[in-house]
Write a protein that binds this ligand. Structure first.
Ligand SMILES: [Zn+2]
Ligand SMILES: [Zn+2]
Length: 271
């Protein structure tokens, strides 16, 4: 009897009691839907320092009168008005995004959505009213994952904002074709790779509107630029971009060779 009780009690505790933090492996002290400890969560910080006013890339300068945009945006304006990101795509933030995408721990979207809502609010009145369009996954990819992380994060962000002026329109953009993994491609190759990858399925929803394009990570900007181009061609008035994370090239340079920033090595499938 006792051993039966023990077994039952153990499985009950295993169900009810927290296990280890999925990011740092330290034991969790409280029950939460998100198996990540407070230390890991509070270690995720927003990007600090000067960034390009257009694309959000880090600008290193000691001059106080340096231009507000980076060299690339100065040379040719991207098809979006402005892109903002909450944090640098590394450390705990990258782990948390991977936990959602590859670990399929969907409660992670709530935390990521809260971060996204913070950066969306930086646009202020410039962006409202707006139609929120998540960057879509290819059908096969979404079926495999069971959800589109960009849409989950956008939904969570809108819940935090509780604004009637910003509405989600998830089906507006679709993937016209699957793209090869962006890993190891140059900026130019990435742009080529995403050319024609997106199509607007519901132009009526964005015609004459401000569109807020949402994704989990901005890597080189090739994907969001292509989406913005397609959205504007379909009649969107202006496109703004908000992502939870952004690859900051200088920070990422040292790790770029080793780190697969789009997809873990285990899957060579569509990115
Ligand atoms: Zn932790
Ligand atoms: Zn820039």
């Amino acid at each position: 009897m006792l051993s039966l009780f023990d077994t039952a009690a153990q499985s009950l505790f295993a169900t009810l009691l927290p296990s280890d933090c999925r990011l740092c492996r330290s034991p969790l002290t409280r029950i939460s839907q998100l198996p990540v400890c407070d230390r890991c969560l509070s270690g995720i910080r927003p990007i600090r320092g000067k960034v390009c006013a257009v694309c959000g890339e880090r600008i290193f300068t000691l001059q106080s009168d340096a231009p507000a945009s980076c060299g690339e945006c100065g040379a040719s304006a991207p098809p979006f008005v402005r892109a903002v990101a909450y944090g640098s795509y590394d450390g705990g933030l990258r782990d948390l995004i991977h936990l959602l995408k590859y670990g399929r721990v969907r409660p992670a979207a709530r935390v990521l959505g809260r971060m996204l809502s913070e950066v969306i609010q930086r646009f202020g009145d410039e962006v409202v009213p707006a139609v929120v369009v998540p960057v879509p996954l290819h059908g096969a990819k979404q079926r495999q994952r069971g959800f589109n992380q960009a849409e989950e994060i956008a939904r969570a962000a809108l819940k935090c904002m509780n604004s009637g002026k910003v509405r989600l329109a998830a089906g507006v953009l679709k993937r016209a074709r699957a793209t090869e993994s962006q890993t190891g491609l140059s900026d130019h190759q990435r742009r080529q790779n995403v050319r024609g990858a997106f199509a607007v399925a519901a132009p009526g929803q964005i015609e004459g509107e401000s569109v807020l394009l949402v994704d989990d990570v901005l890597t080189t900007g090739a994907t969001v630029s292509e989406c913005a181009r397609v959205l504007r061609r379909a009649g969107a008035d202006r496109v703004f971009v908000a992502t939870v994370a952004r690859v900051l090239k200088a920070e990422a340079a040292w790790a770029a060779a080793a780190e697969d920033i789009e997809e873990p090595k285990v899957s060579k499938a569509y990115a």
